[in-house]
Design a protein around this ligand. Structure first.
Ligand SMILES: Cc1cc2nc3c(=O)[nH]c(=O)nc-3n(C[C@H](O)[C@H](O)[C@H](O)COP(=O)(O)OP(=O)(O)OC[C@H]3O[C@@H](n4cnc5c(N)ncnc54)[C@H](O)[C@@H]3O)c2cc1C
Ligand code: SF4
Length: 460
């Protein structure tokens, strides 16, 4: 039996850790890509394109691969989704394009669209060419806040239209969760940084890192100094369990720890022998899988409802199970047990649905010993950055704030907020929290801003 607080760095030799974090799916070879592309039926009204949030012409790019025009295939992808390289690796294709692929319906073996997309975009990045060029300078200036997928997509599209864009990012590096959140084994080889560089390579975009809205700039200033503002703030707060002991040594926010996995030397991270993960979304799965890959011996993920209610896809759940994560459902945490040195265990109560359909505790409890606990019960958007510090009390009146509904900015179909001249997109607006959805939001907002800035005077 292990000692309490069995937390150590380098639980596995460096070489094993490196192997564990290798590519989840190896890239296709040229021959494999040609064979896979040949399976596409090039459907008219292709269902795969219909369900792609960014509307990539999927049969169009696959046909180009099939005819040896891999560079053209990449451009077809990037025309609709400038982060097509990242999305090729992180999109839940099994419930989007590949799920509706007619090959899937007929043969239960869809065309591997994600892997073909990666094949094409990797090819273009390896060539090191910049296929996009800007329209002549429009003389218009747009402020984009945040440098995640929503904002970078918006900035790129605006730059293509000839506008000058300044991106204000709070953190040290650009990329948002592409840089700090997505699982390390999906984002190898500095992929996020390479994509940021590619996007900025079109020109016309100035990136100001370490410049948070709410500290270094205010929304009022941006509205005064720029022709339009786009807010791509993502989720900036994590939900708390609301239990004593959740801040004890050994208890971590999963999102914060994942950022460390992405930024630090993997052999130096503290890893418990027995780990409990609380939550059922992709963040919970990602931390559970990655802490296993770092050498944790027993990883138990506990979710308060059934497997089919989990936010994580079946594919991700399967990945966790095959990585050795034990998934328990229908239990909720009621105590994080601690001693003077930190976390020792988590006590749970079994749950079930009551007659009214609401989740209720069964009154039966069990305890799982743990050296480390990861809280992954969701992130949320907080609009505190829009409320300037006491330094600028004059800057915002209540009607200078974009309306918030159910904790996110209220936006219309063009991603316009209620505040004139201010658009928003990505995780801070309603919709699925996926990279590809954020990219589409940024694109739609950019087109809307462009239309508004270039519209002639209304005919009388
Ligand atoms: C652990 C984890 C794993 C995920 N895995 C997947 C996956 O496998 N596939 C998938 O499709 N999606 C995944 N997602 C979701 C996906 O990462 C998000 O939906 C996407 O990043 C949202 O993009 P965004 O631009 O809205 O926000 P973000 O990526 O969060 O970017 C927001 C940016 O705004 C900056 N910012 C915030 N506040 C301020 C401020 N006041 N001033 C200036 N800048 C500010 C932030 O620093 C950040 O750079 C995952 C999310 C998490 C947390
Ligand atoms: S649905 Fe499948 S077969 Fe049809 S175009 Fe899309 S990828 Fe090709």
């Amino acid at each position: 039996m292990s000692q309490p607080h069995d937390i150590t760095a380098g639980r596995l030799p460096a070489r094993r850790i490196e192997e564990n974090f290798a590519d989840l799916h190896p890239p296709l070879t040229a021959h494999q890509a040609a064979v896979e592309a040949a399976r596409c039926l090039f459907c008219h009204d292709a269902p795969c394109t219909e369900v792609c949030p960014t509307g990539i012409d999927i049969p169009g790019f696959i046909r180009k691969i099939a005819t040896g025009n891999t560079r053209g295939a990449a451009i077809t992808i990037l025309n609709e989704n400038i982060m097509g390289g990242t999305c090729a690796n992180v999109c839940p294709v099994e419930e989007l394009c590949e799920q509706v692929c007619v090959r899937h319906t007929a043969e239960e073996q869809p065309v591997q669209i994600g892997r073909l997309q990666r094949y094409a975009t990797d090819h273009l990045f390896a060539l090191g060419v910049q296929p996009f060029s800007r329209q002549p300078d429009s003389g218009r200036k747009i402020a984009v806040v945040g440098a995640g997928p929503a904002s970078l997509s918006c900035a790129h599209r605006l730059a293509l239209h000839g506008h000058r864009v300044t991106v204000f990012e709070a953190r040290e590096k650009a990329g948002g969760l592409n840089e700090y959140g997505l699982a390390a084994y999906k984002m190898l080889e500095e992929r996020a940084a390479r994509e940021v560089e590619f996007i900025l390579g079109v020109g016309g975009i100035t990136l100001q890192n370490n410049t948070p809205l709410g500290r270094d700039v205010t929304l009022a200033e941006l509205r005064r100094d720029f022709d339009a503002v786009f807010l791509g703030l993502g989720h900036n707060e994590v939900n708390r369990l609301g239990l004593a002991g959740e801040d004890a040594l050994g208890a971590h926010s999963a999102v914060d720890f994942i950022a460390r996995i992405r930024q630090e030397d993997l052999t130096t991270l503290p890893v418990g022998r027995r780990v409990v993960v609380i939550g059922g979304g992709n963040t919970a799965i990602d931390i559970a899988v990655q802490i296993r890959k770092l050498g944790a011996e027993h990883v138990t993920l506990v979710y308060r409802r059934g497997a089919s209610d989990m936010g994580a896809t079946h594919h991700e759940q399967r990945l966790a199970q095959t990585s050795g994560v034990h998934i328990m459902t229908w239990a909720r945490p009621c105590r994080v047990e601690t001693d003077a040195a930190g976390v020792t265990a988590v006590t749970f109560e079994y749950t079930r649905l009551g007659p009214d359909g609401r989740l209720t505790g069964s009154g039966e409890h069990f305890t799982i010993e743990a050296d480390q606990v990861f809280k992954a019960i969701g992130q949320k958007f907080s609009d505190t950055a829009l409320h300037p510090p006491a330094l600028h009390p004059h800057d915002l009146a209540a009607d200078d704030l974009p309306a918030i509904e159910n904790g996110r900015f209220r936006v219309d179909a063009e991603r316009r907020t209620s505040l004139p001249g201010v658009w928003a997109g990505g995780d801070c607006v309603p919709g699925r929290d996926l990279t590809v959805v954020a990219v589409q939001d940024g694109k739609l907002a950019a087109e809307s801003i462009h239309r508004e800035l270039t519209a002639g005077p209304a005919a009388s």
